[in-house]
Design a protein around this ligand. Structure first.
Ligand code: SAH
Length: 205
């Protein structure tokens, strides 16, 4: 993994010291299926069952650098899957809070048990919710940051509403990653980064 992390630093994907530290401390091999542990340090997505994947390290690095998570942040992580990115966020926010939402019950359990290898649930830094994240998590809003791991067709208004002023939303729309920064309840600065691949966001209605 150290080779991969150094590679991501050299290529300019990983930049922020605290994000780099979190990548080093949270081991991707703790978040993959038993028979794929040897492949955890490869820069590829890997199957985690139920047609889903643990994201590619390059993509997670790129999205986290756009999100700029900081200590004390309250973050919503939509499509938490294996829990790898959730755990990286938990390490960074430290005494903040991360809410992970996953709609597939078996992955919700898988993510929970993986994240608890680092005691983040016991320490009440991470809470997992099993359900549809396409409407966000109203009862815990507003969030400082929202990050999404599955691609929607367009930007759901509810996510924008659930962001605090100054907050950042990073999400895939089709095959682009978008960064939105909330300047006022109705003004957002938007930036698009094309050329990525994601599993679809499933709207449970
Ligand atoms: N960060 C995760 C990514 C998993 S892939 C990891 O690296 O393991 C994206 C995940 O989004 C899948 O587990 C999928 O089940 C989930 N997902 C898709 N639509 C969703 C929705 N509407 N609400 C919550 N989770 C969703």
């Amino acid at each position: 993994m150290e080779t991969l992390i150094n590679h991501l630093i050299q290529q300019g994907y990983l930049k922020t010291p605290l994000i780099i530290e979190a990548f080093r401390k949270i081991k991707r091999e703790d978040f993959v299926l038993e028979d794929l542990k040897d492949e955890a340090a490869l820069n590829v997505p890997l199957p985690i069952g139920w047609g889903q994947t643990i994201s590619q390290p390059l993509t997670v690095a790129f999205m986290l650098e756009l999100l700029q998570p900081e200590p004390g942040d309250k973050i919503l992580d939509i499509g938490s899957g294996s829990g790898w990115q959730t755990a990286i966020l938990a390490y960074i926010v430290n005494k903040g809070k991360v809410f992970g939402i996953e709609r597939i019950p078996q992955l919700f359990k898988f993510g929970k048990s993986n994240v608890n290898k680092y005691s983040f649930i016991e320490k009440k830094i991470v809470s997992f919710i099993c359900g549809d994240g396409s409407k966000g998590l109203k009862e815990e809003a507003p969030f400082d940051k929202i990050i999404v791991a599955a691609a929607a067709e367009k930007i759901p208004e509810t996510w924008k509403e659930q962001l605090r002023i100054g907050g950042r939303l990073v999400m895939p729309i089709q095959s682009s990653i978008w960064l939105l920064i909330k300047k006022s309840p109705t003004d957002f600065v938007e930036q698009e980064f094309p050329g990525f691949a994601f599993v679809p966001l499933i709207n449970d209605g």
